[in-house]
Design a protein around this ligand. Structure first.
Ligand code: AMP
Length: 382
């Protein structure tokens, strides 16, 4: 079976894998296939190669980690297409695992080239897509390749779990449904809020996102993170919330700092009257208490984006309070889904990733799903 996985893992300067989460999450699908008597050909991208091959971005670097997690030797093809690949993949025996070299050493991968997808397809009799992290890309190995397996393709276990988790929140959730959106990418997350505002019962907007909204309501936000050109869109979201009965929770108070640093001077102030030159870097104590209450009384909760600059201890409290409230809500029977880049780092930093219902592996893919977009990697197999 030819399996598209997401082995796009971080490597240190000695080319050791520093976070093996993505590899670990692909292991169940590989083991299921092996147990059923199949052999597995794995393909993935790693990083963003510019001009073809580079030693640093070779997938051979991850083999020790993969072999260790699988407990099996892994054969390696130094090219993902052509004879180097076929010599290995066409002689693979049941129970064996092979890994193909980085797909993005060929520009055709990102271009979604059909001929290249056909060459990749020669490496297996069946196609499995287990790479949720790249499901929002219409690349040769994630979407186009499905044309070569009209009857013989499937989602892998990770992909299936991701889709199940997201649809549990977006289709027919237990109410009240709460979305918590924080972080700093205001413009890209406004698209999510525009889609979610009509679907959820409650919306918490925290982190750097909040200040553009406070500004839209006429507040003074000092030097806090804002995107001026997004103010009108933020105002429209607030108006839509009122018209469709969605309750919006913005932080009433903030931990403000006199500069963006771990050891800045701080003071607690109302979020709508921050002094000139000062910036809100975390939600304040009143907001913590309010947000925790809202979380604990919700039945389905989606969380994307930290409540503050949690990388600095002085501004991590709001994020950890919300993470702990999610834990309590989960224990009380709520369904809790955390996902998208830094939210995963935040829940890991709070040591609570095992205490929520599901932690998504997809950053961009999850965000696009929440925007209401159709993901090509999912559509190709649906
Ligand atoms: P995102 O990728 O959009 O989820 O943003 C995550 C980043 O937002 C983290 O690195 C946080 O440090 C940052 N962040 C959270 N709250 C704030 C804030 N109030 N001001 C500036 N950056 C923030």
């Amino acid at each position: 079976m030819l399996v598209r996985v997401d082995f796009n893992v971080p490597l240190d300067n000695s080319l050791n894998v520093t976070d093996d989460t993505r590899i670990r999450r692909a292991i169940p699908t590989i083991k299921t296939i092996l147990k059923a008597g199949g052999s597995v050909v794995l393909m993935s991208h790693l990083g963003r190669p510019k001009d073809g091959y580079s030693d640093k971005l070779s997938l051979k670097n991850i083999i020790p980690c993969l072999e260790n997690l699988l407990g099996l030797p892994v054969l390696f093809a130094s090219n993902c297409v052509g004879d180097d690949a076929l010599d290995i993949t066409q002689t693979l025996k049941p129970g064996q695992v092979a890994l193909l070299e980085n797909l993005r050493f060929h520009d055709e991968e990102k271009e979604g080239d059909e001929f290249f997808a056909g060459q990749l397809a020669e490496n297996g009799d069946l196609y499995v897509n287990d790479a949720f992290g790249t499901a929002h890309r219409s690349h040769a190995s994630t979407a186009i390749i499905a044309r070569f397996f009209p009857e013989d393709s499937a989602f892998g276990e990770l992909m299936a779990a991701e889709i199940t988790a997201l649809s549990r929140v977006m289709t027919d959730p237990a109410s009240p449904l709460l979305a918590i959106i924080g972080g700093a990418k205001v413009s890209s997350k406004l698209a999510i809020l525009e889609n979610l505002v009509e679907k959820v019962d409650r919306l918490i907007i925290g982190g750097g996102m909040a200040y553009t909204f406070v500004l839209a309501m006429g507040g003074r936000v000092g030097a806090s993170l804002i995107e001026q050109e997004m103010v009108d869109r933020a105002r429209a979201i607030l108006e839509k919330a009122t018209s469709c009965g969605t309750s919006i929770h913005l932080p009433v108070d903030s931990i403000c700092a006199d500069n963006f640093s771990a050891d800045a001077s701080t003071e607690i102030c109302s979020t709508d009257s921050i002094r000139d030159g000062w910036m809100g870097l975390d939600i304040g104590p009143e907001s913590c208490a309010e947000f925790a209450e809202v979380v604990k009384s919700s039945k389905t909760i989606l969380w994307n984006g930290p409540m503050g600059v949690f990388e600095f201890e002085a501004f991590a409290k709001g994020t950890f309070v919300v993470a702990n409230a999610l834990k309590d809500a989960t224990e009380g029977g709520a369904y809790t889904l955390v996902g998208g880049g830094d939210s995963v780092a935040a829940i890991n930093a709070a040591n609570l990733s095992d205490d929520v219902s599901y932690v998504s592996t997809g950053g961009g893919a999850m965000l696009e799903y929440l925007e209401g977009k159709v993901l090509p990697g999912i559509a190709a197999l649906s």
